[in-house]
Design a protein around this ligand. Structure first.
Ligand SMILES: Nc1ncnc2c1ncn2[C@@H]1O[C@H](COP(=O)(O)OP(=O)(O)OP(=O)(O)O)[C@@H](O)[C@H]1O
Ligand SMILES: [Mg+2]
Length: 264
């Protein structure tokens, strides 16, 4: 299977803190890939680096065979890679429709004020964009709030809105940073279904999450980071049962006899 995303020997340091160290991994075309690891293990920094929000110190990033290393974020987005943020970013005072239209206008090269002021340059693209925005709000179950300001949304609903905004650009790869952290458990399954549907429609995903149950139920492959390095990767069942992963999270060696694979 070919890779939609290929990361080779990515390294990034912040004034001496080596946040990511020579990490290499791939996201296969059409897959949902998980990225897990303890707090501070470099997951968000890795996302920032591949999506153009941080410059990398060394390494190479390819999107579907094209070199996107250190492109600016809007160029990465144009190439087909859209990301969401760990601290959800929506425009609270704008209604849901405008939230999606602003996301779309920014990617289409329009200024955000063109989108909001409904200028003529905006009008020329609004019909198609509005139809898509409304279909996406339907997909995430928020269409009844299309004209409500985003401030009325719960935290979980804001994450759904951020996901819909990411979908506006018809990306090939969506990178989600902790999409279900702080989200009501009953909504987590809803989001899993939405992601499966989008994946069946051809979008590949890289998902950073601490909710291992969510990751295991969704992902074809799970990558584990520890202290800025890739510790291991494999199918969810293999990763779940690997004593090194337990050790990385708990900082202790697994109890004697806990697993036949522990003697490494
Ligand atoms: N902008 C920054 N400036 C300085 N240090 C940073 C910056 N961003 C991240 N770091 C450091 O880099 C390391 C990796 O952080 P990162 O946020 O990538 O971890 P993470 O795996 O996403 O953690 P979490 O699960 O808590 O979100 C940490 O030591 C963090 O303090
Ligand atoms: Mg993080």
């Amino acid at each position: 299977m070919s890779a939609i995303l290929k990361v080779e020997n990515l390294s990034k340091a912040f004034s001496g803190v080596r946040a990511v160290r020579e990490a290499s991994f791939e996201v296969e075309q059409g897959s949902i890939t998980g990225l897990i690891g303890p707090n501070g293990s470099g997951k968000s920094t890795t996302i920032d680096c591949i999506s153009g929000f941080q410059r990398i110190d060394a390494g190479r990033v390819e999107l579907d065979g094209d070199d996107i290393t250190n492109l600016a974020a809007p160029d990465v987005a144009h190439a087909g890679l859209i990301r969401t943020f760990q601290n959800v970013r929506v425009y609270d005072s704008f209604d849901l429709l405008d939230n999606l239209l602003v996301a779309d206008a920014a990617l289409g090269g329009l200024h955000w004020y063109d989108a909001l002021m409904r200028t003529r340059s905006f009008r020329s693209v609004s019909a198609a964009a509005e139809a898509r925005a409304s279909a996406l709000l339907d997909l995430v179950g928020l269409s009844r709030l299309i004209h409500a300001p985003a401030t009325v949304l719960s935290y979980g609903q804001k994450k759904l809105l951020a996901f819909a905004a990411a979908m506006m650009a018809r990306p090939r790869l969506i990178v989600l940073d902790e999409p279900v952290a702080g989200v009501n458990p009953t909504r987590i399954n809803e989001l899993a279904d939405i992601l499966r549907k989008a994946n069946a429609g051809g979008i590949s995903f890289l998902i950073v999450e601490h909710n291992v149950e969510f990751i295991n139920s969704l992902c074809h492959k799970v990558i584990v980071f520890e202290q800025g390095r890739k510790l291991m990767e494999g199918p969810p069942d293999t990763v779940r049962n690997d004593p090194r992963v337990l050790d990385a999270y708990l900082g202790i060696a697994p109890a004697s006899g806990a697993s036949p694979a522990e003697a490494t």
